[in-house]
Design a protein around this ligand. Structure first.
Ligand code: NDP
Ligand code: GDR
Length: 345
């Protein structure tokens, strides 16, 4: 029998990849987007699925419990993937209340709707390595203590514990995926990897002289988003609901990512200076192609993330396979193509 799924946040990176995956598996997908004056489905268009006959696009506000109830009653889904969020850590410091409402209470509204409409609906919560924040162990695993360092991390932690609580209180199949950073050519340009690959492409094409970054000492565990949405799906096909880390178990600094991205465009760089005066110089031309701008520093930083996905490997058969160099090459190539065409979302 074919299944029906709701995916909240279909206009985002993961929403697009997960929709593609579920449509391929024969699902009917209700993809939610929020009302704005100009909705943007560029990611669904890039994947060629925006007009798919089994994709139903529905307007939905996840801060509204009534909207969540109506959605659940209308779609009668087998599975719900809650990907919608105010997902940008930097913005969460400027908009902490909005972030709490969308990223925290939004998940609760969906859980409440499942409790009231049909407790057999399976629920996936998009949890995050940002919940580990000021890390208490290296590498981080499912039972590493949490210590969030931003309003976003705190809101996500609330949603995570609500998922666990509804599992234990009402027997709802609620699984929480603690996903480490995952990137792709569909990543938003406000996030550091895509900001870097888009800037590298523009510098290569002579459309930009230099990029400005914040803390390039931060270390992240970066994987490929397309592989991570497969892990989300596997979590809801398991016999029992649970919490799983998805990560690559490799960590690099933002500085390393800059170097790898320039290399992917055929440009060698060297770094000079320290702290706020650090720059990256194109070794062939002597031009400065990256400088630090403290505007991009955060009030509190997550310095080091590295996750061990051994539990997901053992219980879900999930493992990442794309290396950081391959991922970066894919992103730089896509941004070169888009910027050559004068199009870059
Ligand atoms: P994106 O920022 O690309 O997408 C977020 C989605 O949420 C967008 O579709 C956005 O819609 C939607 N959204 C935001 N606010 C609202 C609202 N008020 N009502 C309805 N929808 C809203 O995120 P990703 O795809 O990268 O991430 C997916 C989820 O996974 C997020 O919850 C994120 O926090 C989490 N996560 C992501 C990781 C990553 O590395 N990518 C790692 C761990 C967790 P719109 O287009 O209108 O803004
Ligand atoms: P993150 O991703 O905060 O890890 O959250 P982001 O790419 O924004 O930052 C990663 C690291 O890079 C540093 N940095 C900069 N970041 C941005 N955005 N812009 C800059 O110019 C810049 N310079 C340095 C940051 O300080 C940080 O240390 C992402 C989001 O997708 C979350 O939703 C998700 O939960 C986590 O990943 C896992």
């Amino acid at each position: 029998m074919t299944k029906t799924a709701i995916i909240t946040g279909i206009t985002g990176q993961d929403g697009a990849y997960l929709t593609h995956l579920l449509l391929d598996k024969g699902y009917t997908v209700y993809g939610t987007y929020r009302r704005t004056s100009s909705v943007n489905f560029w990611r669904l268009n890039e994947l060629g699925i925006s007009e798919h006959p089994r994709l139903k696009l529905v307007e939905y506000d996840l801060t509204d419990l009534g909207s969540s109830l109506a959605l659940m009653q209308k779609a009668q889904p087998d599975e719900v993937y809650n990907l919608a969020a105010q997902s940008f850590v930097g913005v969460s410091f400027d908009q902490p209340s909005t972030t709490a409402q969308i990223t925290g209470i939004g998940a609760l509204n969906l859980l409440e709707a499942i409790r009231l409409v049909n407790t057999k609906i399976r629920f996936y919560q998009a949890s995050t390595s940002e919940m580990f924040g000021k890390v208490q162990a290296i590498p981080q695993v499912e039972d590493t203590p949490f210590y969030p360092r931003s309003p976003y991390g705190v809101a996500k932690l609330y949603a995570h514990w609500m998922t666990v609580n509804y599992r234990e209180s009402y027997g709802i199949f609620g699984s929480s995926g603690i996903l480490f950073n995952h990137e792709s050519p569909l990543r938003g340009r406000e996030f550091v990897t895509r900001k870097i690959t888009d800037s590298v492409a523009k510098i290569k094409l002579g459309q930009l002289d230099c990029m400005n970054l914040g803390n390039i000492d931060a270390k992240r565990d970066w994987g490929f988003a397309k592989e991570y949405v497969e892990g989300m799906w596997r979590m809801l096909q398991a016999d029992e609901p649970d919490t799983f880390v998805l990560a690559t178990n490799r960590t690099e600094t933002v500085r390393d990512f800059v170097r790898i991205a320039f290399k992917a465009a055929g440009i060698a760089v060297e770094f000079n200076g320290t702290a706020e005066s650090e720059i990256a110089v194109d070794t062939a031309t002597g031009k400065t192609v990256m400088r630090i701008n403290p505007r991009f520093y955060r009030p509190a930083e997550v310095e080091l993330l590295i996750g061990n996905p051994a539990k997901a490997a053992a219980k879900l058969g999930w493992a990442p396979s794309t290396t950081l160099e391959q991922l970066c090459q894919m992103m730089v190539d896509a941004d070169l193509r888009r910027n050559r065409q004068g199009f870059s979302f």
